[in-house]
Design a protein around this ligand. Structure first.
Ligand code: ADP
Ligand code: SF4
Length: 691
């Protein structure tokens, strides 16, 4: 199919200083949890995006000097010439498909604790290091010699970036993570010399840095600056949107492009639960008029129509995207080929960010091949052709079963998908109706849309299968993806064994509530799950007229949501909704008309009267069908069944991203070579130094 002409504007080239982007799709820098530990995985992810049509593709943040690093978080490094090859690999991959390769040079300043290098951190003004981990470390104030050193370090990093083959250098000064912002902002710059005070002074370092780098790389590379639209911290001292506009006006022709991020990372990568697409619109509008240079901005853009509007309205020149490019690395090609319905839209869950926050390796709920392109050879769009097996039965159409069905269908297998209920989506079909989670429905919608077009996939709704039926049907391969259920007995982390529950007090699980049963009056919600469900349930119960006391053994509400950058939003919302919050408390017993709480530190008890209890504790796999089939393994052969596997939440409950990954893995493993005890993915191992 041909491209709809209304999207032509997205494919117009754009000059960025001495280089030209082939289109308006601009992948802004983003982390991936791999960084210097997994450079080939990070590089291959970028190469695949270039193949998918992105015109400009950036690295994640690259620590450009050893005096500033953000251990324990894992990003890329350019500390000396020995780091050039791993960056060159990424640049080469990006350029294989004519995209521009960008590198984001970062000096973390007040944000870098230097836990690994043990160097003393440097910042515009002295102060404690401002990281997520509140490390008890301070930066010392830079003197003029330090500033000269910094300029030289940037010059060296620019030379190395050029040698590595990059086309664009981005100077990071956004999200509170880069020293340019620390100089620009009166929150972190208390200097009284020519680098502090007036905006002209505070932007002096920015000016000198761009000039130094331009001097080093000449007309061979573009130099861009990434700033936050507003700082959103520090109250009246914060770097405001008005000051940003003044900075751009003052230095309008300094960089080759202005890259506009927003606030802290939490603000910029706002989850869909709290932020709409194009949420920064108001803060960006009008900036383009202040500079002759192009501007790029982000806003979780997944809709081509919204992208076109951004450009036609004169708001942005280039469409910046991190998460949408992760969820679907082929968005540009799909728009170009008139395949809008094939776009796999980001759901804004921020699971991708957890890879960085937990220093593991990133996952994406929508795109299970994210960071597995090199490790496992998975591709977001291309699949190995089928092997010897002809027909596969998948039981359960939740995220795991749907993804397995879709990927097996892509591989060319004959697939039957049996689902007990009358709709596809499993947990997602219910959770999408909860407050703030409607965008999560895209997990089911995308897969349902894809499966509908496959002639080799048959879907059977209202078909709750038993072991007898599965054996009777006799499919060669069977996948059991029957999901999970929330426990009623309160067992999770605090209580690892059932505890005293008086059955006369009404008790609900999230499943009960999602199935339409609602408590009334005052409800005690016990959250020992620590991710989104506790907070979402509290919100829903308030909406339904209950008063809610949320009890959690953690020190924060929805503590794990720190990893998705949502925790602050969740706690704020619950406080504003008048949810009574009791942290560091656990339910010690449930009586007929009250519960007893226990302080997790002191063990002190507290009585709370209540009309009902909601247990958001943990889930158990619905694996009865799997257990029944396993018990009858000797019958499989006669039934024509070669293998049966259980996967997804039924095997081990986890967030939705784990289920789509499990589904993809089931499909990828089909008819694959038996590798025995070998590691099922590639990895890189640090080379031993020759002593
Ligand atoms: P996952 O996240 O692992 O995909 P879900 O709980 O979202 O798990 O989905 C599991 C799906 O399996 C649900 O839609 C459920 O109705 C369905 N299911 C459970 N048991 C059976 C069964 N015996 N036969 C068919 N479908 C089943
Ligand atoms: Fe989007 Fe979630 Fe994927 Fe991140 S993990 S790219 S937020 S769908």
């Amino acid at each position: 199919m041909a491209r709809d002409p209304k999207y032509d504007i997205l494919f117009e080239p754009m000059r960025i200083g001495p280089v030209t982007a082939k289109n308006r799709f601009y992948q802004v820098p983003h982390c991936n949890g791999g960084g210097y530990r997994d450079p080939s995985a990070a590089a291959e992810h970028r190469r695949v995006k270039a193949q998918g049509g992105w015109g400009t593709i950036f690295t994640e943040q690259v620590e450009m000097h050893h005096t500033s690093e953000i251990t324990p978080f894992i990003e890329l490094r350019l500390w000396d010439d020995r780091d050039i090859p791993m960056l060159a690999k990424m640049a080469k991959g990006i350029k294989e498909y004519d995209a521009l390769a960008g590198i984001e040079l970062t000096y973390s300043g007040i944000n870098g604790p230097n836990l690994y290098t043990k160097e003393v951190p440097l910042a515009p003004s002295a102060g404690p290091i401002l990281t997520y981990t509140s490390d008890p470390v301070s930066a010392r104030a830079m003197d003029k010699d330090d500033i000269k050193d910094l300029l030289r370090w940037y010059r060296n990093a620019a030379r190395r970036s050029k040698e590595a083959g990059f086309d664009i250098i981005c100077l990071y000064g956004a999200h509170g993570f880069g020293i340019i912002q620390h100089f620009l902002s009166r929150v972190t710059n208390h200097r009284t010399d020519e680098y502090g005070g007036s905006l002209e002074n505070r932007s002096r370092l920015l000016k000198e840095l761009v000039e130094t780098i331009k001097d080093e790389v000449g007309d061979t590379m573009a130099v861009t600056v990434r700033l936050s639209l507003t700082e959103l911290v520090g109250g009246e001292h914060g770097f405001s949107n008005a000051e940003l506009r003044d900075t751009i006006e003052m230095h309008s022709e300094l960089p080759d492009l202005w890259d506009l991020a927003h606030g802290t990372w939490e603000d910029c990568s706002g989850p869909s639960r709290f932020k709409e697409e194009a949420a920064q619109q108001e803060l960006v509008t009008g900036i383009k008029a202040l500079t002759p240079k192009p501007i790029v901005g982000v806003g979780r853009f997944t809709s081509p129509d919204v992208m076109v509007k951004q450009i036609k309205s004169g708001t942005l020149d280039l469409i910046g995207a991190a998460r949408p490019s992760i969820a679907d690395p082929f968005i540009p090609n799909k728009i170009d080929e008139g395949r809008i319905e094939d776009i796999r839209e980001c759901i804004g869950c921020n699971i991708c960010i957890t890879g960085d926050m937990t220093m593991s390796i990133s996952r994406c709920t929508q795109n299970p091949s994210f960071m597995e392109e090199w490790r496992k050879g998975w591709h977001p769009e291309n699949y190995r052709r089928k092997g010897d097996t002809e027909a596969v039965l998948i039981v359960g159409a939740g995220p795991a079963g749907l993804e397995a069905t879709r990927a097996l269908g892509e591989r060319g297998y004959q697939v039957a998908l049996a689902e007990a209920s009358t709709s596809l989506g499993g947990r997602v079909s219910k959770e999408r109706l909860l407050p703030g989670l409607s965008a999560w429905g895209r997990v089911a919608d995308y897969r349902e849309g894809q499966i509908q077009t496959m002639t080799n996939v048959d879907v059977y709704l209202d078909s709750e299968l038993t072991a007898d039926q599965v054996l009777e049907f006799g499919f060669e391969q069977v996948g059991i993806a029957t999901g999970s259920s929330w426990r009623r007995d309160g067992v999770a982390r605090f209580h690892q064994h059932p505890f005293e529950l008086d059955p006369s007090l009404p008790l609900f699980t999230p499943d009960d509530i999602m199935n339409g049963q609602t408590p009334s009056g005052h409800v005690v919600l016990f959250d020992d799950d620590h991710y989104y469900m506790g907070g979402v349930m509290a919100e829903l119960l308030i909406q339904k007229g209950c008063s809610v006391t949320l009890v959690t053994p953690a020190n924060l509400v929805s503590e794990w949501a720190n990893n998705t950058l949502e925790q602050g939003y969740i706690q704020k919302k619950l406080i504003e909704m008048d949810v009574q919050i009791k942290v560091a408390k656990a339910l010690s017993s449930v009586q007929a008309d009250h519960v007893m709480l226990e302080c997790t530190y002191s063990g002190r008890e507290e009585k709370v009267e209540t009309d009902a209890v909601v247990m958001v504790t943990s889930r158990l796999g619905n694996d009865q069908l799997w257990q029944d089939l396993k018990a009858r393994k000797q019958e499989w052969g006669d039934a024509g069944v070669k293998s049966i596997r259980c996967f997804g939440d039924a095997e081990s409950p986890a967030p939705i991203a784990w289920a789509t990954y499990a589904g993809r893995r089931f499909a990828e493993d089909m008819d694959s070579e038996d590798i025995g005890d070998a590691l099922p993915f590639r990895r890189e191992i640090a080379e031993l130094a020759i002593d």
